[in-house]
Design a protein around this ligand. Structure first.
Ligand SMILES: [Fe+2]
Ligand SMILES: [Fe+2]
Length: 324
């Protein structure tokens, strides 16, 4: 049981009450008192997550007009639309913490806030669509399932819905790759080549190694995060190896081997210099992704203006009716 608060609690009492709730796995809700650092950490994490969903629409959206069949097009369209929805849930979750969505968007399109490094890599052929579903959405699931138990209520609840949709994303990618692997030698080669390109960037999605991740410990203490970056990366590798075998592709890591003592896979080290460089804005597609988002935002200005003008008219009408 957490201690009940008196009418005028001291800062210390508020802090103790908060810590008690977190320790008891009770959810923190928007109107609850929370330390500034907790709020800031959540706003940073949730907005980066929201930006990733929205920017993540671009690499796959790039193939919507070139899908090889109506079925593939319908699936891809549904998936890309889901990602837009994920972005919206997450921006709403950030707003419950006092963040302003317009401000978050401005920070994204002026490169003052980041999004996942993975979306700065290009999609070169349709096998990339399958590999993104399999590996990128697969890694997202590993990251996001524990977030369903995050201490902040609106974030955790958004994640429950997001995760259901992510599992569809992963399966559609895997099914596409299975189909290609049953096809011609050229199709099989496309799958292998796409796997080679996406494997290491997918491992980087879990963030820097634990020793190099200064925020992890505090986020774990606040139960925003439930596992460290390296724990999640290991889980992803262990989950993916049998899937690669079933598919008939080779993961491009000569150091990848089952360790019977630790009962997990040993694997090589991602190129962390490449990761840092992509985060700094120097990846193959950073400039293009941000520029496209900026243009889309500017092109949508008339819609936002029209919605705001409509809201003013509605309010005025309601006021007139109330006075009549
Ligand atoms: Fe998503
Ligand atoms: Fe997804």
């Amino acid at each position: 049981m957490t201690q009940q608060l008196t009418d005028t609690p001291t800062d210390q009492q508020l802090e103790d009450h908060f810590e008690g709730r977190v320790a008891n796995d009770q959810r923190i809700e928007p109107r609850d008192w929370m330390p500034d650092g907790y709020r800031k950490t959540l706003v940073r994490q949730i907005s980066q997550h929201a930006h990733s969903e929205i920017i993540g629409m671009q690499p796959e959206g790039n193939w919507l007009t070139r899908a090889p069949s109506l079925r593939r097009k319908a699936i891809l369209l549904a998936k890309v639309q889901d990602e837009a929805g994920h972005g919206l849930y997450l921006y709403s979750a950030a707003e419950t913490l006092g963040a302003d969505r317009e401000d978050l968007t401005t920070k994204l399109i002026s490169s003052r806030q980041k999004y996942s490094s993975i979306f700065n890599y290009p999609t070169l052929n349709f096998a990339d669509i399958g590999v993104i579903g399999w590996l990128v959405d697969g890694a997202a699931i590993c990251n996001q399932v524990p977030l369903c138990r995050s201490s902040y209520g609106p974030y955790a609840r958004a994640m429950v819905r997001v995760c259901k949709e992510e599992s569809f994303h992963q399966r559609q990618g895997y099914e596409l790759l299975m189909t290609m692997m049953r096809g011609t030698a050229a199709q099989q080669e496309m799958v292998q080549e796409a796997t080679n390109r996406w494997w290491w960037p997918s491992l980087m999605m879990f963030g820097p190694p634990d020793g190099d991740s200064p925020n992890t410990q505090q986020s774990m203490a606040w139960r925003i995060k439930r596992h460290t970056n390296d724990e999640l990366r290991q889980k992803f590798v262990d989950m993916t190896v049998p899937q690669a075998e079933a598919l008939g592709v080779t993961l491009p890591d000569p150091e990848l081997v089952w360790n019977s003592e630790s009962e997990r896979h040993d694997f090589g080290t991602p190129d962390w210099d490449e990761f840092k460089n992509v985060l700094k804005g120097n990846g193959p597609c950073n400039a293009e992704r941000v520029e496209r988002r900026r243009r889309a935002h500017e092109d949508g200005q008339w819609v936002r203006d029209a919605a705001a003008a409509h809201a003013v008219k509605q309010a005025a009408r309601q006021q007139t009716e109330a006075l009549a």
